[in-house]
Design a protein around this ligand. Structure first.
Ligand code: PHE
Length: 352
């Protein structure tokens, strides 16, 4: 019996040592201690021994079982530890990983919106021509947006501007500017007050009108205003400036024209138009079949405006213009519909 028990222990130890996973060890556990195990069989055979031998064999069997159980438990701990370590390695996420630039999607990088790029380029063109860049507020009083621009209350020209009023103060006294022309007034008032004439400035910024969006209109759009106030400025200076600007922004060969128009704050006034870049003048949806697209207005500063800001129109004269930045970008890049600028479709935006 003693030899038999030694053999059970040796074989058990070998089996425990040979198990390389907790799963295999569970199998060994059943083989060693289950009903069909050698240990159980030995137990059952105790009954056939005489009492003294049975007592001795019983003690040996008990020791053998305790020994094997201890070995098994120790082996289980070791195997579980290494299995957990292996799991941690395989589950590990390398959060320090850097995606090389050439593998990163260009779509995920982002860049300035086309309209912002256009504004920057326009500023560059005018700065190259000797203009300074100025800005003004988007919320204005009636005085700056209308009255100082020779549009007193109830002036019919106010009808050109579907105005968004702000609920501040008396009704219809504070508004979102409908054009960038009020910035002219700020600059002229400052220059008159501080004696810093002449002025050669462009003023880019957002404008707001209650317009229904279509191919050429958005309720929020951008203009770049221009103002020159100096001695002896003529309409020829205005026409030459616009011609130089057209070539600088669109390149050679873009056809532009000035058409007589009316603005209360300039006299004479003109509309600045270019041949529609979508249809090359043949007529299409973008230009409403006219073949020309109006990019803005311009003219010689009206003496009434000089009077409103306190500039002597006998000594000074000037010209002003206001061009739609969004429309300029539309024509320059041959985009048929202004609404593409507002849809934020990455497939469109990423092309520019
Ligand atoms: N402010 C005018 C508009 O938006 C355009 C303009 C600017 C006309 C300057 C003349 C001089 O309608």
């Amino acid at each position: 019996m003693q030899r038999e028990i030694e053999q059970i222990v040796n074989e058990g130890n070998a089996a425990i040592g040979a198990a390389t996973s907790t799963e295999a060890l569970a199998q060994v556990d059943t083989e060693l201690f289950g009903k069909r195990s050698a240990l159980s069989a030995a137990h059952r055979s105790l009954g056939s021994l005489d009492p003294d031998a049975r007592k001795e064999a019983g003690r040996l069997l008990h020791e053998a079982r305790a020994l094997l159980e201890g070995q098994l438990a120790a082996r289980r701990v070791t195997l579980a530890q290494s299995e957990r370590a292996a799991l941690l390695v395989s589950d590990r996420l390398d959060l320090t990983e850097v995606i090389p630039a050439q593998m990163a999607s260009p779509l995920s990088r982002g860049h300035l919106h086309l309209v912002s790029q256009a504004r920057d380029e326009l500023e560059d063109v005018f700065v190259g021509m000797g203009f300074e860049v100025a800005e003004g507020p988007e919320a204005e009083s009636d005085w700056y947006n209308f009255e100082a621009l020779n549009m007193p209350p109830a002036h019919p020209a106010r009808g050109m501007y579907d105005t968004m009023y702000l609920d501040i103060g008396e009704p219809e006294t504070v508004l979102l500017r409908t054009h960038t022309s009020p910035v002219q007034i700020h600059l002229m008032e400052d220059a008159a007050r501080h004696g810093t004439l002449p002025i050669h400035a462009v003023m880019p910024g957002k404008c707001f009108r209650l317009d229904t969006p279509d191919a050429r209109h958005l309720p929020v759009f951008n203009q770049i205003e221009g103002l020159v106030v100096d001695r002896g400025i003529t309409f020829g200076d205005l026409a030459g400036t616009i011609q130089t600007f057209t070539t600088a922004y669109f390149g050679e060969g873009m056809q532009s024209r000035l058409r007589p128009a009316y603005f209360p704050f300039t006299e004479p006034s003109a509309e600045y138009e270019i041949t529609c870049a979508i249809c090359r003048g043949a007529g299409c949806r973008t230009c409403s079949n006219i073949g020309w697209v109006e990019l803005g207005g311009c003219g010689m500063v009206d003496p009434a405006v000089f009077a409103a800001v306190g500039i002597d129109s006998d000594e000074w004269s000037g010209f002003a213009f206001g061009f739609g930045i969004d429309r300029l970008a539309l024509m320059r890049h041959e985009i048929p519909d202004l609404r593409s600028f507002m849809e934020n479709d990455i497939r469109f935006l990423s092309q520019f």
